[in-house]
Design a protein around this ligand. Structure first.
Ligand code: GAL
Length: 662
């Protein structure tokens, strides 16, 4: 898949329109500078109108037309929504909820991931498409399914139960091993035989937590098997064409480390909310994750909204300039493609109120003018294609730990991974410090600082690596409620955070969660006072030095933040004030920002294989800003503004962007 520039385009659903419209579509795509469309995502019923009927004629025409007009195709395997005839012939493929309700046909994504009927039909469709179009010159990318886990992440039917038992058999070998891992000595849950085991359906009270944790692992794996089954066929029949499936940013149900390893290129769908004034922080976080999933390789933004979405309670449009800014933010953070949902606004169906590149009003609309203007502008950024970024800081992200953290009956239901992570990330983002995400077994040695905002579930092997990292002088910062359980969700006995106790030089006597509205003051070294919400801990030092103490409440006077050599422990949630602890640690670690810029100005750097550096500067505020450029950048050209003359200062309009190249 090679583009001469950044890919530009979106989901194209011609099956929703009469044929007369197609020629106009292709003509307008050219006008807008569209270079790629995602075709056929929900076209199963059209492609296969009956069990033995196929209708490829329309797709033949479209692929040829698109190709003739220089538009590459990200061809979907169309397997996310089985047609009515298949569902009626095999109602058992519909998914069942934890309460035993079978979900009906009439929306989308209505299938059980373990259903052999669904799987066979999906692979058959993928095979038919790959046989026909595997070597079609228009097809630059294969798009398996769509957003695995959207709407339905799990199915509790009998077929899934049998599949779960097989999966458990592979994991544990014997029922006794399972009994020991699940701690079934508790509440009389012992199993004598595999056949007695079921998925964690709705039960009278809390369900065995290890059973639920294994269920989460199983559900991610079951969907991954579906992806893999289609990928194998595509690799066989369309060798050389990359294969992807579109992710949903920081999505709990799927372990994207495992998934990304089986994609040829990472692709994401991102829908930051224009009504949220801090949306750009969450978006940056998601984009950094996408970049990190394949070790820094460029990724593709396959979907975003040109303006409003249709699925929030209130769908605020993007004010002029915002879609440009947010698109370029994705490019700044490693995307080599800017695609949207969708090309032409639907006339009927559940998403008819969703914005599109070509709005209902047609070409005489603000939306269309932005589509054309931005398509032209994006062409100027061709030199950044393939560019990578480097980071001095890493954040450890472990889906197992995320799943375990959010199990029921914990000291506080308010400890949610995304909410714990966000302020740590925001502290880096505010200072334009580049960051990579790392899996728990990732290579730490390269980084000047490694942050673990929360590792509730901690394998001994991971703890050993973190300990070795800090012992070798790496700056390690661990957040609260970490090192609590092992991979089976069994407590690490002897004082939390047991496997990290030596590295951190602390022991926690008891968790001290704070209810909604409660706060505890924390006084940092040097006298700064910050506020903990959500969580505090009764912490004792064992060799660590106290660098912050609780200043109020039942823990007043006790350690809150500690330092042991180059290993820090933060025992509370400081929310938006987390930077008060992190900033001095990062400074001490010698971490430098990409650029010290005024508040609200984001800066990133992408280096391309030709040796050029590209400095992205994005003004997320509604005010113009002026920034002083460092020495080496003053004469750099702005790819977006060819008229820029060398100047030590750079002015950015409200929501403005510059991409300097040197
Ligand atoms: C995505 C989905 C698209 C469309 C879009 C609307 O989640 O993949 O098909 O529904 O949302 O925002």
């Amino acid at each position: 898949m090679s583009a001469s520039g950044l890919w530009y385009g979106g989901d194209y659903n011609p099956e929703q329109w009469p044929e007369e419209v197609w020629a106009e579509d292709v003509k307008l795509m050219r006008e807008a500078g569209v270079t790629m469309v995602t075709l056929g995502v929900f076209a199963w019923a059209r492609l296969q109108p009956g069990p033995q009927e196929w209708d490829f004629g329309w797709l033949d025409v479209l692929l040829d037309q698109l190709h003739a007009h220089g538009v590459a195709v990200d061809l979907a395997t169309a397997t996310a929504s089985p047609p009515a005839w298949l569902v009626r012939a095999h109602p058992e493929l519909l998914p069942v909820t934890a309460d035993g309700v079978r979900l009906e046909f009439g929306s989308r994504q209505h299938y059980c991931p373990s259903s052999p009927v669904y799987r066979a039909a999906a692979v058959r469709l993928a095979r038919a498409l790959a046989e026909r179009y595997g070597r079609h010159p228009a097809v630059a990318l294969w798009h398996v399914h769509n957003e695995y886990g959207d709407h339905v992440t799990e199915c509790f039917c009998a077929e899934s139960a049998a599949h779960f038992r097989r999966w458990l058999g592979t994991r544990y070998g014997t029922v006794e091993q399972l009994n020991s891992a699940w701690g079934t000595g508790f509440w009389s849950q012992h199993y004598r035989d595999w056949t007695e085991i079921e998925p964690p359906r709705t039960a009278p009270g809390p369900v065995n937590p290890t059973q639920v944790l294994d269920w989460r692992r199983f559900c991610s794996d079951a969907l991954l098997e579906c992806y893999r089954a289609e990928k194998v066929v595509l690799d066989e029949l369309a060798p050389g064409t990359p294969v992807t499936t579109n992710f949903m940013s920081m999505f709990k149900a799927l372990d994207y480390w495992a998934w990304a390893a089986e994609e040829d290129v990472v692709a994401d769908d991102a829908y930051p909310d224009p009504a949220d004034p801090t949306a750009q922080v969450g978006a940056a976080l998601n984009y950094d994750l996408m970049r990190s999933l394949k070790g820094g390789a460029p990724w593709m933004l396959l979907e975003q909204a040109p303006s409003a979405v249709s699925w929030r309670a209130v769908n605020v449009p993007k004010r002029p300039g915002l879609q440009r800014l947010w698109s370029l933010q994705a490019v700044a953070r490693g995307a080599d493609a800017v695609l949207y949902f969708q090309w032409r606004a639907s006339r009927a169906g559940a998403e008819k109120h969703h914005s599109a590149l070509l709005p209902h009003r047609g070409t005489d609309s603000r939306g269309w003018r932005e589509t054309v203007r931005f398509g032209a502008e994006l062409r100027r950024l061709a030199p950044v294609v393939g560019g990578r970024s480097t980071a001095q800081v890493a954040i450890v992200l472990d889906w197992d730990s995320w799943w375990a953290l959010e199990l029921e009956d914990h000291p506080s239901a308010r400890m949610r991974w995304s909410e714990l992570l966000r302020p740590w990330y925001a502290a880096l983002h505010r200072r334009n410090i580049a960051v990579d995400f790392l899996p728990p077994d990732g290579e730490l040695g390269y980084y000047q600082a490694v942050l673990a905002p929360n590792l509730y579930l901690l394998r001994t092997a991971t703890a050993r690596r973190l300990t070795a990292y800090a012992a070798a002088g790496g700056h390690l910062v661990c957040g609260p409620f970490s090192g609590v359980v092992d991979e089976h969700d069994h407590i690490h006995l002897g004082g939390y955070p047991a496997p990290l106790r030596e590295a951190l030089g602390v022991v926690v006597d008891e968790w001290w969660p704070l209810p909604e509205g409660a706060e505890a003051e924390v006084v940092l070294e040097g006298g700064a006072r910050v506020t903990a919400t959500r969580w505090t801990e009764w912490l004792e030092t064992e060799g660590a030095e106290t660098v912050g103490r609780y200043g109020s409440g039942p823990l007043a006077g006790r350690p809150a933040v500690t330092r042991h050599g180059t290993a820090w422990y933060l025992s509370c949630d400081l929310g938006p004030q987390t930077g008060a602890v992190l900033d001095p640690i990062l400074d001490r670690a010698g971490v430098t920002p990409v650029l010290a810029a005024p508040e609200g100005v984001e800066a990133t750097l992408r280096r391309t294989p030709d040796g050029a550096e590209h400095l992205f500067l994005l003004n997320h505020t509604d005010e113009p800003v002026e920034l002083a450029l460092p020495e080496g950048w003053q004469r750099a050209a702005d790819l977006l503004d060819p008229a820029r003359t060398p100047d030590p200062a750079l002015r950015l309009d409200p929501l403005g962007v510059a991409v300097l190249r040197r």
